[in-house]
Design a protein around this ligand. Structure first.
Ligand SMILES: C[S@@+](CC[C@H](N)C(=O)[O-])C[C@H]1O[C@@H](n2cnc3c(N)ncnc32)[C@H](O)[C@@H]1O
Length: 260
């Protein structure tokens, strides 16, 4: 760590997320894979009803920080499913957290999941669903893993307004390492209204509600800046572009619903 734990704690202070504030800040920033996943999970869970013993699929869990949060905060049993991070690496983190009887790491691709239909009480997905879930055909097959009436909730990077013409210049400006913030996979970012329509047109889901995190870009920047100072970013910081954007286009979208 390039800075002290106290300094890091100060940089991560955000009154919107009291549950997340209890976690070791060094552990949190070492788990960097995008916007602060504990904050995203805490915000998502405001709209979900999670109870002890529920079976929860954490889809695209990355380094399983959200799975650990769900197990600790809500007593859920969590299947920590990811593609890029090996299950053995997550198992190590799960054991270190003392949650080996509550969290089960699985390495599986989103279109080849090894679970029984109707197995889960709830599915969550943080900063991951945009990689595979924008296809109209994805949700109807994925949601079968939920019991009827089971809850699904995602948080994804998204757009405050649609991009109809060319990508705004500030999102395409070359950064220090010459890469651009906006790459083709960013076309998986959509507005809350887009997600609302994407899910609620389907017969397999009910009670769909999509919204944007108020000032989400500020929380995203705060976390990027803290990780930059701590030296835990793996890629070039996105903070400069997010600051230039100032919430005009980039934000964080939450979408929840229940299986019919
Ligand atoms: C940006 S990371 C976020 C990880 C974690 N949820 C977090 O917020 O820290 C996106 C995650 O989605 C997962 N992912 C992307 N495409 C996937 C796919 N086709 N099947 C399963 N997981 C996928 C990756 O393995 C990766 O860990």
């Amino acid at each position: 760590m390039k800075i002290s734990k106290n300094k890091l704690q100060e940089l991560l202070k955000n009154d919107k997320y009291p549950r997340s504030a209890k976690y070791d800040p060094e552990w949190v920033v070492k788990g960097w894979m995008g916007p602060n996943v504990l904050w995203l999970t805490e915000w998502l869970c405001e709209k979900m009803e999670l109870k002890p013993g529920m079976r929860v699929l954490d889809m695209g869990c990355g380094k399983a920080l959200s799975s650990i949060f769900l197990a600790k905060e809500y007593g859920a049993q969590v299947w920590a499913n990811d593609l890029w991070i090996p299950a053995a690496e997550n198992w190590q983190r799960i054991k270190e957290a003392g949650l080996e009887n509550q969290i089960f790491p699985v390495h599986a691709e989103a279109h080849a999941l090894p679970y029984a239909d109707e197995f889960f009480d709830a599915i969550v997905s943080l900063d991951s669903y945009q990689y595979y879930g924008t296809d109209d055909l994805y949700l109807p097959s994925f949601i079968k893993l939920l019991k009827p009436g089971g809850q699904i909730g995602i948080v994804v990077p998204g757009l405050m307004q649609d991009i109809d013409g060319p990508v705004p210049e500030h999102l395409m400006a070359p950064r220090q390492n010459r890469s651009t913030f906006w790459v083709d996979e960013c076309w998986g970012f959509h507005t809350a209204a887009w997600w609302q329509r994407h899910w609620s047109k389907l017969a397999c889901i009910k009670d769909v509600a999509a919204d944007m995190l108020p000032d989400g870009w500020k929380d995203w920047v705060q976390y990027e800046d803290a990780c930059e100072e701590a030296g835990t970013l793996i890629f070039a910081t996105e903070a400069d572009v997010l600051k230039a954007d100032a919430g005009r286009y980039m934000g964080l979208v939450r979408v929840v619903g229940r299986r019919q």
